[in-house]
Design a protein. Structure first.
Ligand SMILES: [Zn+2]
Length: 245
């Protein structure tokens, strides 16, 4: 019924293909909202098993799913919600070998992963394939998200350049307020749907940050780096590489 969407928009959603990488805290709301919106084909890539400690935030999975592959658990919920959606499942880890062949089949990619190695790999692959994608990261009480249209807007490496040093990894395993990935994941799903419908303004050249303790939402301007090691014309990447975990 929305004047900007209508039947025409619903058809666009039906013919769209979105890949969600990670079926955890971010991926849960993303998968549910994409299925509910009627995205015609949704891919889910994850190689993890549902554990009881996931359930505080990974709301697509239930107690009865413990021990099952997350992709299977997610697929059941999405099919139940919308049987017309085609779901492709990939029970594998994202690597330099499978990233390009899998990602090239989709129109929009959602980075719903929880580690820097995957985030930088997804950015590299999206730049090489020229695929739009949504980045997100969550930690403790905070979250951030940004949408990237490769070669048009700033990429993840324009903003962050390189993964943090290995020694800092412990800082990034500090727990997570369960609702944070829910909020950020909903924003990622919105961005995918807006991109497909060509609706409104995307979070391009903009890092949206939120803090659940203060409820401060901020938009930080990110500029495309003309010398970016990934997306610049002259010094940009030519092939994928593996980042340290
Ligand atoms: Zn860049």
């Amino acid at each position: 019924m929305l004047e900007d969407v209508g039947e025409e928009g619903q058809k666009k959603l039906d013919s769209a293909k979105v890949l969600v990488i990670g079926a955890g805290g971010l991926g849960s709301p993303v998968c549910l909202y994409l299925a509910a919106a009627g995205i015609g084909r949704i891919g889910i890539l994850d190689y993890d098993i549902v554990e009881v400690s996931n359930l505080q935030r990974q709301i697509i999975h239930a107690t009865s799913d413990i021990g099952k592959a997350k992709i299977s658990s997610a697929q059941v919920k999405m099919k139940n919600l919308n049987p017309n959606v085609r779901i492709d499942t990939y029970f594998e880890k994202l690597t330099t070998n499978n990233a390009l062949p899998i990602m090239q089949n989709y129109d929009f990619i959602i980075d719903a992963t929880d580690n820097f190695a995957s985030k930088f790999l997804i950015n590299d692959a999206c730049v090489l394939l020229n695929k739009p994608f949504s980045h997100a990261g969550v930690l403790k009480y905070r979250g951030q998200t940004m949408t990237i249209l490769p070669h048009e807007s700033a990429c993840f490496a324009c903003a962050f350049d390189e993964p943090p040093a290995k020694e800092l990894n412990a800082i990034f395993r500090a727990g997570l307020f369960g609702v944070v990935p829910g909020i950020i994941g909903c924003i990622q799903a919105s961005e995918a749907i807006k991109y497909i419908l060509n609706l409104g303004e995307l979070l391009t050249n903009t890092l949206l940050t939120m803090d659940i303790k203060t409820m401060n939402f901020r938009k930080v301007a990110i500029h495309k780096n003309p010398d970016c090691r990934v997306c610049s014309k002259e010094n940009g990447i030519k092939e994928l590489k593996t980042y340290h975990e």
